[in-house]
Design a binder for this molecule. Structure first.
Ligand SMILES: Nc1ncnc2c1ncn2[C@@H]1O[C@H](COP(=O)(O)OP(=O)(O)OP(=O)(O)O)[C@@H](O)[C@H]1O
Ligand SMILES: [Mg+2]
Length: 448
C-alpha cells in the first residue's frame, strides 16, 4: 500500500490519475530503464501534491522531509518523466507549476459528467482484490485474459454476502477505469428510490430539459439507452438487494420496484457502449437469466480477503499474530465481520486474539449476529427450514438426504441459499458457514 493514500487525494477528482500513473510509468521506463517498473508510492504522492497546486517545499512539509531532498528528487524523477510524456526536451521544465499546466494541456484533466459520485464511499484504505480488479477491467474493455477481443460487458453483477466488500470494490474499480468513460453515475438504492425518480434525475443531469422528458417509464428507459449508445457511461447501482423481495426465492422485486427489472433486462440485452455495474447480496433474476461466461452479462461472486485480511487485523492493532490465520478462516476473510470482531477483541481482550480464543466465547458477537439477522429475515419459510435442518445435523448433507428429511421441493431453496452465500456446497454436501451456523443455533434455542 502507498505510505498515505489520503495525502493530496483531492487530485483524484480533477485528474485522470490512473491513466497518468500508467503513462508516466512508461515515460519513466524510457528515462530510467533500469529502475523498478511503475511509479513508486512516493512519486505518486508528490505528483498528486503538484497537481493540487502545492510547491515542492509544501509537499516536503507534509511528507516530513527536508525541502531540498524533495526538490532534488523531483529534478531527478518526475520532472524528467513529465518532459518525456509531454514531448518536451530534457531540462525544459523551469518551474514546478509547469507540471500541472503541461499535463492539463496534454489532456490529463478529468472532464466528464459525474452524477452523485460524491455519495460513493471513500475507499482510500483498500487491500488485495487485484485478481478481481483485473478480471473486471478485462470484461469491461471486452478482452479475454489472453488479450483477445471478446464482447464488452454491458451488465455486471458484483455479488456476495453483507460486508464482503462489494461496494468498496465497485468504487475502486470505477476510480481505476473512469478515464475510459465520458460519464460516471453513482446510484445507491439503500433508501429505496423509485426508478421513475432516479431516471428523471439522471436524464436531467445528462442534459434533457424537464419539458421534453417522455411520460411513460418505458420511454424514459429508451431515452437513457439512446444516451448510453451515443456516450460511454459507467453506472454503478449499489445495494440492489434493498429492492428485492424478502421471504421469497432469490431475485424477485418488491412491489413497486419491478420496473428495475425492465431497466436491467434492457441494458443487458440492447446494444450500447456503456456498462451497468450492480452490487447486491443476491442476484436479480435478470442476471440469473442473462449471464454467461461469453455473454455481455456476467456476474462475479466475491469471496473473503483470505490472507490479505491480515492487513485489517494489523490496522486494528491486534496481537497474538499466530492466531490471526484462524480468526480469518472462521470469519471467511469477510472484512466487515473481521472489523467488527476485531473491535470486540480490542475492547474486551485488550486486542489479544489468543485470549479471545481461550475464553471459548461463542463465535458470534452481537454486531455480527445483527449482520446475519438482516440476511435471515429475508428468507422464505422453506429456506429457513433448510438452515434449521443443516444446523441440527451439524454435518454436510447431500441433496437426496435433505429431500428425504424435508420435502422434494427444497432444490429451489438450496439454490437460493447458495446464491445468498449462506450455505456452502462442497463435495460432502451442503453446510452452513460457521458464523451462520452459530446464529441459526441461537435462533433455534430461542424459538423452541
Ligand atoms: N479490499 C478491502 N480492503 C480494505 N477494507 C475493505 C475491503 N473491502 C471491504 N472493506 C471494508 O469492509 C467493510 C464492508 O465493505 P463493503 O461496504 O464494501 O461491503 P458490501 O459487500 O458492500 O456490504 P453490504 O452487502 O452490506 O452492502 C467496509 O468498512 C470496507 O471499508
Ligand atoms: Mg454494499
Amino acid at each position: 500500500m502507498e505510505p498515505n493514500q489520503a495525502l493530496f487525494a483531492e487530485a483524484r477528482s480533477d485528474w485522470n490519475l490512473e491513466r497518468l500513473y500508467a503513462e508516466l510509468a512508461e515515460a519513466k521506463h524510457q528515462v530510467a530503464p533500469h529502475t523498478k517498473p511503475g511509479l513508486t508510492p512516493t512519486e505518486k504522492e508528490r505528483l498528486r501534491g503538484l497537481l493540487c497546486g502545492f510547491s515542492p517545499a509544501e509537499i516536503a512539509k507534509q511528507q516530513f522531509k527536508q525541502p531540498r531532498t524533495v526538490e532534488v528528487a523531483l529534478c531527478q524523477t518526475l520532472y524528467r518523466y513529465v518532459e518525456t510524456l509531454t514531448g518536451r526536451s530534457h531540462n525544459a521544465l523551469e518551474s514546478w507549476r509547469d507540471v500541472a499546466s503541461w499535463l492539463a494541456a496534454a489532456g490529463y484533466q478529468a472532464s466528464k459528467t459525474e452524477i452523485n459520485w460524491s455519495q460513493a464511499p471513500d475507499v482510500s484504505v483498500f487491500y488485495g482484490r487485484q485478481e478481481e480488479l483485473g478480471k473486471l477491467q478485462h470484461w469491461i474493455r471486452g478482452e479475454s485474459l489472453n488479450q483477445a477481443k471478446t464482447q464488452i460487458c454491458r451488465l455486471i453483477a458484483l455479488l456476495g454476502p453483507g460486508g464482503i466488500g462489494k461496494t468498496t470494490l465497485s468504487v475502486r474499480l470505477a476510480e481505476q477505469i473512469q478515464s475510459q468513460f465520458d460519464c460516471l453515475i453513482w446510484q445507491s438504492l439503500r433508501h429505496e428510490p423509485p426508478l421513475e425518480t432516479v431516471l428523471i434525475d439522471w436524464l436531467q443531469q445528462l442534459g434533457a430539459s424537464p419539458a421534453t422528458l417522455p411520460t411513460p417509464l418505458h420511454d424514459k428507459i429508451s431515452a437513457l439507452t439512446q444516451y448510453l449508445r451515443d456516450h460511454s457511461c459507467l453506472i454503478v447501482l449499489d445495494n440492489l438487494d434493498t429492492i428485492l423481495r424478502r421471504g421469497d426465492f432469490v431475485g424477485h422485486y418488491r412491489a413497486g420496484y419491478e420496473n428495475y427489472g425492465e431497466l436491467l433486462r434492457r441494458l443487458g440485452e440492447e446494444q450500447h457502449q456503456s456498462c451497468l455495474l450492480l452490487t447486491s447480496r443476491e442476484p436479480p433474476k435478470e442476471v440469473v437469466m442473462l449471464a454467461g461466461p461469453n455473454r455481455p452479462v456476467r456476474s462475479i461472486e466475491l469471496e473473503g480477503l483470505g490472507e490479505t485480511a491480515r492487513e485489517i487485523l494489523k490496522e486494528e492493532k491486534l496481537s497474538g499474530e499466530n492466531q490471526w490465520g484462524q480468526l480469518i478462516r472462521i470469519y471467511r476473510g469477510n472484512p466487515l465481520v473481521l472489523k467488527i470482531v476485531a473491535t470486540t477483541i480490542r475492547d474486551i481482550f485488550n486486542g489479544n486474539v489468543i485470549d479471545f480464543f481461550k475464553q471459548r466465547l461463542t463465535l458470534i458477537t452481537s454486531d455480527v449476529s445483527y449482520l446475519i439477522e438482516q440476511q435471515f429475515e429475508r428468507l422464505s419459510d422453506s429456506e429457513k427450514e433448510v438452515l434449521y435442518q443443516l444446523a441440527k445435523e451439524q454435518e454436510p448433507l447431500g441433496i437426496s438426504k435433505l429431500q428425504q428429511l424435508l420435502s422434494p421441493e427444497i432444490l429451489q431453496a438450496l439454490g437460493s441459499l447458495v446464491r445468498r452465500s449462506l450455505i456452502e456446497k462442497s463435495a460432502a454436501g451442503f453446510t452452513l458457514r460457521p458464523v451462520v451456523m452459530e446464529y441459526v443455533l441461537y435462533r433455534l434455542k430461542r424459538d423452541t
